[in-house]
Each structure stands twice: as C-alpha cells, then as structure tokens.
Design a protein. Structure first.
Ligand SMILES: NC(=O)c1ccc[n+]([C@@H]2O[C@H](COP(=O)([O-])OP(=O)(O)OC[C@H]3O[C@@H](n4cnc5c(N)ncnc54)[C@H](O)[C@@H]3O)[C@@H](O)[C@H]2O)c1
Length: 319
C-alpha cells in the first residue's frame, strides 16, 4: 500500500513511519522540520520504500504530482504544543486548521479517499463527563489548539459528507515514549538535570490525567487504517485513544524523580490548572476503540519510567 505521512519527522510520525515501512508499505513523508528531527528518521531514510519531501504542508498544492497514487493519508503535521497558543493566536489556526483544509483539497483533486487525522482529547474542554465519550457535547473550547483541532474535524466531516471521503479522527490523550520531546515529563527531566534540589510544578499538582504509550498509539492507528482500507469504517468517525487509568501530575513527578534518583523539593505555582487553557481532568472513554479489537498494553507508570530514561539520554546528548 502507498501512504502519505505528514509530520513524518515528529514524535508520532517517525514511529509510525518505521511501523509502516516494517510492514512493507511504501511511504511518502512530508515535514518542514520545524519540531521534527532528521535523526528520528535515520533508519527510515535508508529504506528504498521511503521518500522524504522537506516541505511545509501549506505548499501541498505544489506536490500533487508526487502523491497521486497514495491510498491513505496519515495527517500528523501540526503545531502539537497546546500551551503557547496565546503567544501567537494565528498559529494553531494556520498550522492545524487551514493546512488540514489545504490537504483535504489536494486529496479531493486527486481522489485520495482515506485519511487518519491526529486530533486530541483537548477538544472536550472542561467537560464534566468523565470518562468522556466521543458523542458528548463539547461545552466550549479552552485553548486555541483545541479550537483548531475541532475546526479541522469539522472540515474532515464535511469533506466525508460532501466528497465521499473516509476519515478516522484519533482523539489522543497525551502520549509518552521514545522521541517524546514536549510535555511535562520532558520539562521535569530537563529541569532536574539543571537543578535537582527544587522541581517547579505548574498548578497544584493535583491535575489528574490519562496518558498512553506511543507503541499502543501506533497499533491503534494501524488497526484503524486497515478498517478504512477494508471499508469497515466509512464516512467520518472520531475515536478516543488513551488508557483507562490516570495519574496526578505530582504522582508523575515522583515517578520521574525516583527513576533519576533525585529528591527535589516540589514547588507548586498553585491553582487547579497548569496554565490558561489546561484541562485539569482528562480521562477518555475508549470503548469505541476497543470495539475494533484494540487495547492499550503499557501502564502509565511503565510509560513514564521509559520516557524519563529516554528524555534523560536525549537531553544529556543534545544539551
Ligand atoms: N504527542 C501528543 O501527546 C499528542 C496528543 C494529541 C494529539 N497529538 C497530535 O498528533 C500529531 C503529532 O504530534 P507529535 O507529538 O508527533 O508532534 P511533533 O511536533 O513531534 O510532530 C509534528 C511534526 O509535524 C511537522 N510539522 C509541523 N508543522 C508543519 C507544517 N506546516 N508542514 C510540514 N510539517 C510540519 C513538525 O516538524 C513535526 O515533525 C499532531 O497533530 C498533534 O497535534 C499529539
């Protein structure tokens, strides 16, 4: 099968790339390397079945001839960091919504019908429905990131309706695992390398969230894309992906400190949220994903431990 992966040099994209190539698929990858790294694709770049195009997704229109015979698109390229949206209010709109629209237009022009989209549990805002099911009503958006992803989903569903496309929108909780380069584990490990006496924690540390491991994420994407290709999923389908457990930020910080054998004093910024737009309670209902035969295998604790070691090695090599 010939696939297109946007954001192929990022955390999720580079792991997906390896899986697709490992299963014998042929892959075209597009990335502008804004947060992605060539290093993350070092193995894949040696594979003849992989063609890397360094380009911004906004220019997808110029690449039409290169992607004509693609059967499925894995659309991961985005601004993936939810926290800094207010510093640059047009970024999420441009990177996440408008670029998704441009990609859909390119797909329509050359009749590519199937797309897996990287959405997020952030779109549920501060819902009171925990665990949250896909059909819950979204009270309001709390971040520009969430707003950009929900808008992108709206375009996806309208293209499915209007142009008979098929789309799975994967609403991920935060991911952990090798090549993770943004989020609280990264920040805590970085801060502990600098100063192991104090660890500054945003909020009161009681924010309680679910996380899941990149290997479980990639397995889910593979199962769902097979269902798209086999036409057992048609039209637009949002699917929550995460684990059925959760952990507080403070518990998570304790695991990280114990892996690194550090005993800092925890200093909290205070308040129930880490930052404006933070959703302090995230737990998604994953029954729909399980109905496709998928189950997450790694616990949150295992994922935090593994990620702490990976990030520590990465930072020590790259600082
Ligand atoms: N990692 C998570 O916890 C998480 C959770 C929910 C949703 N998501 C979504 O999953 C997707 C992948 O996230 P990630 O964690 O791998 O992030 P990442 O930043 O590691 O990967 C994104 C990749 O897209 C590339 N990119 C960004 N803008 C681009 C553009 N305009 N043109 C071409 N390439 C561009 C970056 O260089 C990077 O390689 C994103 O859409 C993100 O919103 C991630």
């Amino acid at each position: 099968m010939k696939c297109l992966v946007t954001g192929c040099a990022g955390f999720i994209g580079s792991n997906l790339l390896e899986k697709l190539l490992g299963e014998g698929h042929s892959v075209i990858g597009i990335d502008n390397l804004s947060t992605g790294k060539l290093d993350f694709m070092s193995e894949s770049l040696n594979n003849n079945s992989f063609k890397f195009i360094k380009s911004d997704l906004k220019d997808i229109n110029n690449l039409i001839s290169k992607i004509e015979d693609v059967e499925i698109v894995y659309h991961l390229a985005a601004n993936a960091d939810v926290r800094f949206g207010l510093n640059n209010p047009s970024r999420d709109l441009t990177e996440n919504t408008i670029n998704t629209f441009k990609l859909l237009e390119a797909m329509r022009e050359i009749n590519i019908k199937n797309i897996i989209f990287a959405s997020t549990g952030s779109i549920y805002g501060n819902t009171n429905e925990i665990p949250t099911v896909e059909s819950c009503s979204f009270p309001s958006q709390t971040s520009l990131y969430g707003a950009s992803k929900v808008s992108a989903e709206a375009f996806l569903s309208a293209y499915c309706e209007g142009f008979k496309m098929n789309a799975v929108s994967c609403r991920f909780v935060s991911l952990l695992g090798p090549r993770y380069t943004h989020g609280h584990v990264f920040d805590f490990v970085k801060s502990l390398i600098k100063d192991s006496k104090e660890l500054f924690i945003l909020g009161d540390g009681k924010q309680y969230k679910s996380y899941f491991h990149i290997s479980d994420c990639i397995n889910a994407i593979m199962i769902l894309s097979k269902n798209l290709i086999d036409k057992t999923i048609e039209g637009f389908l949002p699917i929550n992906l995460g684990t059925e457990e959760g952990i507080s930020v403070e518990q998570s910080a304790s695991i990280i400190c114990s892996v690194l054998n550090k005993k800092p004093k925890f200093v909290f910024s205070g308040g129930s949220r880490g930052w404006i737009g933070d959703n302090p309670n995230i737990q998604l209902d994953i029954s729909r994903a399980k109905s496709f035969g998928w189950l997450p295998k790694k616990s949150i604790k295992e994922s935090i431990e593994e990620t702490t070691l990976w990030v520590h090695n990465y930072l020590v090599k790259n600082i």
